[in-house]
Design a protein around this ligand. Structure first.
Ligand SMILES: Nc1nc2c(c(=O)[nH]1)N[C@H]1C(S)=C(S)[C@@H](COP(=O)(O)O)O[C@H]1N2
Ligand SMILES: [Mo]
Length: 438
């Protein structure tokens, strides 16, 4: 397996040109240069040396010990007190092709377990990432409430909190299923999906403080970014499980994810999880904002557009082996991937290694949690023949992930969002893995 991972990192075309080779973290450079040639100015370093010292994003370059058991290791706190990953780890987010510098994809094939490291969480920004001082940020709750109120971040931090694991998935994830474009890697096809442990305050706690009027059936959530992104959310959902989150994976939420405060609406399409949230306005009707009229609707074959398609249907994907990888030869592999549903817990995952002729029950890693990804696994002996690998999942409502044909029969091919068909990866006789759609 470890041998295989190395092959994968070199072969994956999506990674080409993504590392700032020759651009060296200042601290790492000074550390290495100071110990070898005794100069302290980075500008004096010859380009060849700088290239040799380059380190992938999020890491610091250090010289490798000839024998780590025979010398003192490097001192702690070289990182200034905030850790970095090994210089040998290279997984990064994938930037969407130009001209869209506002979207990145999670490297799903590199993830271990179930949580997405915060630095690899996918990003979708309609107007870039605002820089917000938490001391000056607040959330106003107004409209059809008894007492309109402004909550500072300090007020919010004092309220009773919850910590829950949930995925967020952009409704445009896997849209190549509709268009038929063959994305080469699972990062490009499925990478607008990430899972974090979110910490924050349930909306129901805020509701107790402002007092809701019975006619308040919708809430307009509004961000404080350049897009002032707004979505209308049913009050029933807000009271059921909406979280005003300030924490992500054990620390403050990342700027890219909405620092200092974001809405988390478990299972709802990503665009409703308003980041950098500043206002919640209660009303008796949806607001019909730009994002729910011109944008996030699904056009059906009969010309009718579905709107307020909130819940993300059950989906699964094999992340190993997946597109652009190469299996080094016949033998044992553990097929693995992720399954998730916006409607509850995943109840089961099946894998086919023969293009859907037969299916086997996959092992689930741990106990499925509601509206959270779960890792599945299946031991597999590859005989060296061409194979097509598929996964399909079911959730606790009894819903089974469909094939593309079923989706197209129901919705045509104009529906840009909410594609959740089964993904197929083909394994060639040379071990090369490629997108075989489904
Ligand atoms: N204020 C604001 N909230 C926003 C957005 C935005 O551009 N501005 N993008 C939305 C979209 S389309 C998605 S898919 C998710 C992405 O969340 P992430 O960037 O934390 O992955 O945030 C949503 N919330
Ligand atoms: Mo999105």
């Amino acid at each position: 397996m470890s041998n295989y991972r190395k092959i994968q990192a070199e072969d994956c075309p999506c990674r080409e040109g993504m590392f700032p080779r020759g651009k060296v973290s200042r601290r790492g450079l000074l550390f290495a240069v100071g110990s070898t040639v005794g100069v302290s100015s980075a500008s004096l370093v010859r380009p060849a040396l700088a290239a040799a010292l380059s380190a992938p994003p999020g890491s610091i370059h250090y010289d490798v010990a000839a024998d780590p058991t025979k010398e003192q290791g490097r001192p702690t706190f070289e990182d200034g007190g905030y850790g970095s990953r090994s210089q040998f780890e290279t997984a990064v987010r994938l930037l969407a092709p130009n001209p869209n510098p506002n979207t990145t994809f999670t490297p799903l094939a590199d993830l271990l377990g179930n949580i997405t490291p915060s630095g690899l969480h996918f990003e979708r920004h309609h107007a870039g990432i605002p820089v917000i001082d938490p001391a000056k940020h607040s959330l106003v709750i107004h409209g059809l409430v008894g007492t309109p109120k402004r909550f500072t971040m300090a007020d919010i931090r004092r309220m009773p909190s919850v910590t829950r694991k949930h995925f967020i998935e952009c409704s445009g994830n896997t849209l190549s299923g509709w268009t038929g474009q063959m994305e080469k890697t699972v990062q490009a096809s499925h990478g607008l999906l990430s899972t974090s442990e979110w910490t924050g305050v349930l909306f129901s706690e805020f509701a107790k403080q402002v007092g809701l009027k019975p006619e308040g059936t919708w809430v307009l959530a509004e961000g404080s970014d350049g897009a002032v992104m707004t979505r209308s959310i049913p009050m029933e959902k807000m009271l059921r499980d909406a979280i005003l989150a300030y924490g992500q994976n054990g620390e403050a939420i990342r700027p890219e994810q909405g620092y200092p405060l974001r809405l988390v609406l478990p299972g709802y399409e990503g665009n409703t999880h308003i980041k950098w949230i500043q206002s919640l306005q209660v009303s008796g009707v949806p607001f019909m904002s730009r994002e729910e009229t011109s944008k996030y609707t699904d056009l059906m074959p009969d010309g009718v557009a579905w709107e307020f398609v909130f819940e993300m249907d059950a989906k699964s994907v094999i992340t190993f082996p997946s597109g652009a990888m190469r299996l080094p030869g016949p033998g044992f592999y553990e097929i693995t991937g992720l399954a998730w549903s916006g409607r509850g817990r995943i109840s089961g995952v099946e894998v086919s290694t023969d293009g859907g002729a037969t299916w086997q029950k996959a092992d689930l890693e741990g106990i499925p949690e509601p509206i959270c990804t779960i890792r599945f696994k299946l031991p597999w002996m590859w005989d060296g023949k061409p194979r097509v690998l598929l996964s399909r999942c079911a959730d606790e409502t009894g819903y089974v992930q469909p094939i593309r044909k079923q989706l197209v029969e129901q919705r045509g091919v104009n529906a840009f969002y909410h594609y959740n068909g089964i993904q197929a990866w083909g394994v060639g006789p040379d071990g090369s893995v490629s997108n075989a759609a489904a």
